[in-house]
Design a protein around this ligand. Structure first.
Ligand code: ADP
Ligand code: CDP
Length: 215
């Protein structure tokens, strides 16, 4: 159970905006646990594919979500590759999958002391009572470049234009779905990192948190 003294930080935003980097840095700074909720959806997407299923099969995706184990979240290189992001965004559109993953996320957010979570619906659905809410964004071109650099540095081969098309398609799907669409919460601060390096983005994020918790 959380108390008003707990520091719950919700970090949402589109793909490769830098929300995960910011969330991790805030968690380290405030000494809080961090959950990258995208990994849950990525693990469900890969679980469906590993069973030879279709990403549009809601019943199968729900079974995979209900059977999710901590060990499904350990293969970070595979979970963070290009295909897993696409698969995650497909299964994330099934309302039953979102419902199955809700309890784990709300309990993480409400642990004593607080927590930092990043995703698409943290400030709107998972922790609407968060102490601080950030919606981190950047231009699609800058986000595509960051993700392209990240993936090619790891040996994935992908053309920049295909990366940009991926990002735009995922933005549209995540913002357009009926279940918990990606949207800036009314009380979230917008942080546009287009012209910021990681250090500047973290500084701006920390200032937002300090201002929010002082209110
Ligand atoms: N402000 C920034 N400037 C340059 N690169 C960044 C910035 N923020 C994050 N990155 C890099 O961009 C990539 C994607 O960042 P990440 O935090 O994983 O994004 P997200 O969680 O929004 O998908 C990573 O390689 C990260 O190091
Ligand atoms: N809280 C969340 C987190 C991720 N997701 C979905 O999972 C996909 C992958 O999320 P992610 O945060 O790992 O992706 P990136 O922003 O790192 O590319 C997103 O495109 C969303 O469709 C979601 O619906 N809700």
């Amino acid at each position: 159970m959380s108390t008003p003294a707990d520091l719950i930080i919700a970090v949402d935003g589109p793909a490769a905006s830098g929300k995960g980097t910011i969330a991790l840095r805030l968690a380290q700074y405030y000494g809080l646990p961090h959950l990258d909720t995208g990994l849950l959806y990525r693990a469900v997407g890969l679980g469906v594919l590993d069973r030879g299923g279709e990403l549009g099969d809601a019943a199968l995706a729900e079974r995979v979500a209900r059977a999710l184990r901590p060990s499904d979240l350990t293969d970070i290189p595979r979970l963070t590759d290009r295909g897993a992001g696409e698969a995650a965004s497909r299964v994330a559109g099934h309302p039953g999958v979102r419902a199955d993953l809700l309890d784990l996320q709300t309990r993480f957010a409400r642990q004593p002391g607080g927590a930092v979570l990043d995703g698409r619906d943290i400030g709107t659905v998972i922790a609407p009572d968060a102490s601080a809410k950030l919606f981190v964004t950047a231009s699609p071109e800058v986000r595509a470049r960051r993700r392209w650099l990240q993936l090619t540095a790891r040996g994935e081969t992908i053309a920049f234009d295909d990366m940009l098309a991926d990002i735009l398609k995922r933005d549209a799907r995540d913002a357009g779905r009926g279940a918990a669409p990606m949207v800036q919460a009314d009380d979230a601060a917008l942080l546009d990192t287009t012209d910021m390096d990681i250090e500047a983005a973290f500084d701006a994020a920390r200032r937002i948190v300090e201002t929010s918790r002082a209110r």
